[in-house]
Design a protein around this ligand. Structure first.
Ligand SMILES: [Zn+2]
Length: 68
């Protein structure tokens, strides 16, 4: 059995993760995505998250840690 294809893609601009059928990033409005991403963080409260601050995230959601 081959590895399952990722069903999420990452916004190239802000790294927000969305399902593959989404065409516009709900976070920043970008239309450019990549499925070449690794790892993710779920940000629930950006104001209190040091991870969110270090990644420059201001909106709750799921974000890729690394994009290529
Ligand atoms: Zn975005």
């Amino acid at each position: 059995m081959s590895a399952a294809k990722k069903d999420l893609k990452a916004c190239l601009n802000c790294r927000y993760l969305v399902p593959n059928d989404v065409e516009v990033c709900p976070n920043c409005g970008s239309k450019r995505f990549t499925d070449e991403w690794e790892g993710f963080v779920i940000i629930i409260d950006p104001e209190k998250s040091s991870v969110a601050k270090s990644l420059g995230i201001s909106k709750p959601g799921k974000y890729a840690i690394k994009i290529r």
